[in-house]
Design a binder for this molecule. Structure first.
Ligand code: SAM
Length: 266
């Protein structure tokens, strides 16, 4: 597993949980907060990977959205007739979500220690959350295992330690010093497919599939980091669309998504 760092001058003395809550509250506020954009969910990579498994869930299945952020996925599944709960560390964002999506259930809380009963969810999904703790993903995985029913599905995405990252790290002798720079702190783990499989298996899950997703985002990042093209330029965005079909997922994809299952007789 490879560490990513973030430049941070203000939050050096904050404990990790407070830093993460403040960081994401600021990110969501800077994007204008929850807007209720659920129309595009069914076009997203995550949805394409998990939809065959969703059709196997019982009617009205109980689903947890761990680290729901702006709440669009929770609201989407609620609209689809599932009993879906969105949980997020950012109390300010959750308070806003209640106003934007009055018919959807949101709670403020930590996915590493939830208030939910053992064996109480048919499915649990979490996009881009399990990787944020420097001590590792295990508390997130253990809690997911506890709250899922036997046979329950787990869908999680985490940053992909793709070949581009491996090559960049090999050429960047200063990477190992990043952890000791006073203006940086840990941001996230980046995993290979094998590492994610091992983490989930060690937590007792049967892993059915790990897919690369968000290839275009990976191409955009490469154009920015390796070729110094600004993300917002029309040229950069056009190039990312044109190049994407020719780029292998193992080299470029930004995230990986695992489909796992709690055994029927855990
Ligand atoms: C990368 S964002 C992903 C948001 C959303 N899943 C999506 O795909 O749009 C990470 C979110 O997880 C939340 N988060 C981080 N750690 C958490 C934790 N331990 N418990 C609950 N939420 C957490 C953050 O507040 C943030 O909203």
């Amino acid at each position: 597993m490879r560490k990513d760092f973030i430049t941070n001058d203000d939050g050096q003395n904050l404990d990790e949980t407070t830093f993460i809550e403040n960081y994401w509250t600021d990110v969501w506020n800077s994007q204008g907060g929850p807007k209720g954009e659920i129309g595009k969910i069914s076009t997203k990579d995550e949805y394409k990977v998990i939809s065959p498994f969703l059709s196997q869930l019982p009617n009205g299945a109980r689903i947890l959205d761990g680290g729901c952020g702006l709440g669009d996925w929770t609201a989407f599944f609620t609209e689809q007739g599932y009993d879906c709960i969105g949980l997020d560390l950012s109390r300010e964002t959750v308070a806003k979500l209640h106003g934007i999506f009055p018919n959807t259930t949101f709670k403020a809380g930590d996915i590493r220690a939830t208030e939910f009963d053992d064996n109480s969810f048919d499915a649990y999904f979490s996009w881009g959350v399990f990787e944020h703790f420097e001590s590792g993903m295990r508390p997130c995985i253990d809690e997911a295992f506890r709250v899922l029913k036997p046979g329950g599905r787990l869908f999680i995405s985490v940053p992909f330690d793709n070949l581009r990252h491996a090559l960049r790290a090999a050429g960047d002798w200063s990477e190992g010093k990043a952890a000791h720079r006073h203006d940086r702190r840990f941001y996230q783990w980046r995993l290979t497919k094998g590492e994610l499989r091992d983490e989930l298996s060690a937590g007792g899950f049967d892993v059915h599939k790990i897919s690369t997703i968000h290839k275009r985002q990976g191409v955009l990042r490469s154009l920015h980091h390796e070729f110094k093209l600004n993300y917002s330029w029309f040229l950069t965005r056009g190039l990312s669309v044109a190049l994407m079909p020719f780029m292998p997922g193992g080299v470029m994809s930004h995230m990986i998504l695992a489909v796992a299952q709690k055994p029927n007789d855990p």
